[in-house]
Design a protein around this ligand. Sequence first.
Ligand SMILES: Nc1nc2c(ncn2[C@@H]2O[C@H](COP(=O)(O)OP(=O)(O)O)[C@@H](O)[C@H]2O)c(=O)[nH]1
Ligand SMILES: Nc1ncnc2c1ncn2[C@@H]1O[C@H](COP(=O)(O)OP(=O)(O)O)[C@@H](O)[C@H]1O
Length: 218
Amino acid sequence: MNANIEIARRGIMLIVSSPSGAGKTTLTRNLLDKEENVSLSISVTTRARRTSEIDGIHYKFLSRRQFELMRDGGELLEWAEVHGNFYGTPREPVETALAEGRDVLFDIDWQGTQQLYNSMRQDVVSVFVLPPTAEELKLRLERRAEDTQEIIARRLKNAAEEIPHWEEYDYVLVNRDLEKSFIRLRGILTAERLKRVRKEDIQDFVDHLLSDLKTLTP
Ligand SMILES: Nc1nc2c(ncn2[C@@H]2O[C@H](COP(=O)(O)OP(=O)(O)O)[C@@H](O)[C@H]2O)c(=O)[nH]1
Ligand SMILES: Nc1ncnc2c1ncn2[C@@H]1O[C@H](COP(=O)(O)OP(=O)(O)O)[C@@H](O)[C@H]1O
């Protein structure tokens, strides 16, 4: 028997949420670069595309009408209104990935997290990312230079409503030092992948191990 055998498991839904500017996009992109067997759930949204974003890679940008058609047709696993725009998670790519044992990363807010908790709790692992200070959050939004002053002010105001939801998450990270935060996030994924309950055929593996062991003992 091959001791290095990969034991089949269902994929994990790894949700990362934070107030805007705390660093969840940076952390999740890093994870996607470094980790195998994990892909990003590409949300649909009615918000305008930022100059740094590519349609179909960062988001799928839809009109309000297109969004409503998907939502009303049951094509979204969850959806929410955030900062005055609609966002949602397409169902099909997630269900396929999980069934094939591939992990899926979600950059979604607390409203979406609650919905996925209600429908798919056993598959969900959630992480809330906090900024080290309020001033640093503002600085990061300004440094990112993707939004107008008005939008930045709105995002900071929303942060006060989002931050209290940290308590609903499995893990919490204060993103002070980017490298340390990344190591922690990666550690969460590594540990969750090893959880006994996720290993669907661990029993077969152990049975083999025990029967092989018998052949080695008089
Ligand atoms: N519920 C839900 N929230 C989403 C989805 N996609 C993005 N979001 C959240 O919407 C918020 C705004 O995202 P975005 O406009 O990209 O700005 P960012 O927060 O600066 O990255 C963030 O809190 C995202 O996590 C989605 O499919 N569902
Ligand atoms: N630990 C960190 N220290 C300093 N700057 C950071 C850190 N994490 C992220 N940033 C920067 O802060 C800005 C906001 O990060 P981003 O990942 O876009 O946040 P979010 O997706 O949560 O809105 C980006 O310019 C990013 O490079």
